[in-house]
Design a protein around this ligand. Structure first.
Ligand SMILES: Cc1ncc(C[n+]2csc(CCOP(=O)(O)OP(=O)(O)O)c2C)c(N)n1
Length: 283
């Protein structure tokens, strides 16, 4: 990727982090941890990889994105708002009565959300159905699905993995947000994954790509290029990420859900603004 594009993606990721904080901050509490760990992947998907048209969100030939870890809704709302699907300020109503921005992603509420998620495991099945359906209809588009490492405890993920490999869904790419933590602790303590999530996908016949730094846009981009080029099987990226990345009150603890004080919100938003400015100044 050329340096200009790389710079753009870094700026986009920093903007997504700032807006994610503002969106959750408008409510005062929410799923900061698993939203912030996804910001870089969202920047690469929507900034450089996916075929989309914000003016025509249900365009039939678009690439699809399914946030199976639906509690990360705010990072998706930040990304879609910044891409012009809607004015970003409208998302500062997160989870309030009558809002189009519920805490978990809902295709009937938010423009640009392809499928409804929130019950962990189900988004994977939905994405697989979309990939198969698109293929049956002869479209050349792709379906990207993001799951959490805690979510990978769900049996439904592995039924889906078996199905997708059997039907050779090479238009399906799963991104695992491997941030090592789930709702109430470390994944390794709550329910460990044995030889690892990547080894499991590999055993089911998927093309597995490990991304050493899953918060590095260049590494994510390179891995997605490899995944998109793979034929005859679905691909899976294991993104080694940091829960709460860039949120001053959440990153140190890797907290799942946060309800910081107003002072802590102000500090976090100021830090994210400074981080954005620093990335902009890099060029
Ligand atoms: C079927 C189901 N069980 C439980 C929950 C409650 N829940 C929401 S998030 C979460 C933890 C998920 O951990 P992980 O997938 O690692 O998410 P991340 O750390 O990326 O936020 C749980 C148990 C749910 N949404 N759906």
């Amino acid at each position: 990727m050329d340096q200009q594009k790389l710079h753009e993606l870094r700026v986009f990721a920093a903007e997504i982090r700032l807006e994610t904080l503002k969106i959750i901050g408008s409510r005062g509490f929410g799923h900061v941890g698993g939203s912030m760990s996804m910001a870089d992947a969202m920047a690469v998907l929507y900034g450089a990889v996916m075929k989309i048209d914000p003016k025509n969100p249900r365009w039939e030939d678009r690439d699809w994105f399914v946030l199976s870890k639906g509690h990360g809704g705010p990072v998706m709302y930040a990304t879609l708002g910044l891409k012009g699907y809607y004015p970003i300020e409208t998302a500062y109503t997160l989870n309030q009565p009558g809002t189009d921005f519920p805490s978990h992603t809902d295709r009937n509420k938010t423009v640009g959300v392809d499928l409804t998620t929130g019950s962990l495991g189900q988004g994977m099945s939905e994405a697989i159905g979309a990939a198969l359906g698109n293929r049956v209809q002869g479209r050349g588009n792709r379906v990207f699905v993001a799951i959490g490492d805690g979510e990978a405890d769900e049996g439904q993920i592995w039924e889906g993995a078996q199905f997708a490999a059997h039907y050779q869904l090479d238009n399906l790419i799963c991104l695992v947000d491997d941030n090592k933590r789930q709702l109430d602790g470390a994944v390794a303590d709550v329910m460990s994954h044995g030889k690892g999530i990547g080894a499991k996908f590999d055993a089911f016949g998927w093309n597995v790509i490990s991304v050493k730094d899953g918060n590095d846009v260049e590494q994510i981009y390179d891995a997605l290029q490899q995944a998109c080029a793979c034929k005859g099987k679905p691909s899976c990226l294991i993104l080694n990420t940091v829960k709460g990345k860039g949120a001053t009150f959440a990153e140190p603890s890797g907290a799942h859900s946060s309800q910081p004080t107003q002072e802590q919100w102000d500090e976090a938003i100021a830090a994210a603004e400074a981080a954005l400015q620093a990335v902009k100044n890099e060029q």
